[in-house]
Write a protein that binds this ligand. Structure first.
Ligand SMILES: Cc1cc2nc3c(=O)[nH]c(=O)nc-3n(C[C@H](O)[C@H](O)[C@H](O)COP(=O)(O)O)c2cc1C
Length: 215
């Protein structure tokens, strides 16, 4: 027989970033790379989104993102810092929310990005895997490409790098942003359920107002 129940978000913290930390902790595995979807205002297309890596949270509770100066995301954020972010967590085991793994979506609504200063970039560069560092140094995102030419360039670069024994230096095109948000929306749903949403809204006195909203 068909079943239907209502999801209910219970036992939640007063601050959205604390809630995000709890969810991240509940999904984390070794070598786990968390992705998020980032939408920016784009002159040509109106809005443009893409999947990017979540690079952690800053001490002032912002979401971070690293990229190249030549991506549209970077150009867009520099021209207009308004953006939106969605995280999808398809399997989260949070004991406070029920005995089975559940799906969570976290959205940053009314978000804005601030470019990080040069002095903070090495931290992000050093955490990048070798292919990401090579891409940052020798590739130009978004240009028409020829596989054979790119492969030749890549293989020559890799060989020189291996022979040099030196670490790869951060190129001037590497950059990162921190993103803060006026509103955070947490959605929880399980099998045969109607979702519940919990919204944190930043007030003028910098306190978070928290409320359930229907899905
Ligand atoms: C799982 C995943 C993670 C990605 N992470 C990043 C990232 O952290 N930074 C980045 O510049 N591009 C990342 N990309 C590539 C972007 O999705 C996108 O293709 C690229 O940044 C160019 O987009 P844009 O020029 O429209 O901004 C990632 C792609 C995938 C599938």
């Amino acid at each position: 027989m068909a079943k239907s129940t209502l999801a209910h978000i219970v036992d939640y913290p007063n601050e959205p970033v604390t809630f995000l930390r709890q969810i991240l902790h509940a999904v984390e595995e070794p070598n786990f790379l968390q992705a998020m979807n980032l939408a920016t205002v784009d002159k040509e297309f109106g809005v443009l989104n893409r999947t990017v890596l979540f690079r952690g949270l800053t001490e002032d509770d912002c979401v971070t993102y690293a990229t190249q100066q030549f991506t549209r995301s970077c150009k867009n954020l520099k021209a207009n810092n308004k953006c939106a972010i969605t995280f999808l967590f398809p399997r989260v085991m949070l004991p406070s929310q029920g005995p089975r793994p559940l799906i969570w979506q976290v959205r940053l609504i009314g978000a804005s990005a601030v470019q990080l200063p040069e002095s903070e970039l090495d931290l992000y560069w050093e955490k990048d895997e070798l292919p990401a560092q090579i891409r940052a140094i020798i590739f130009r995102t978004g240009r028409p490409s020829n596989y054979e030419k790119l492969k030749e360039k890549h293989d020559r670069f890799l060989k020189d790098f291996m022979e040099s024994g030196e670490p790869l230096h951060r190129p001037p095109t590497f950059t990162a942003f921190k993103i803060k948000s006026l509103r955070w929306d947490f959605l929880k749903i399980g099998m045969n359920q109607i979702a519940d949403r919990l919204q944190y809204r930043l007030q003028d006195d910098c306190q978070w107002e928290v409320m359930h909203v229907s899905s």
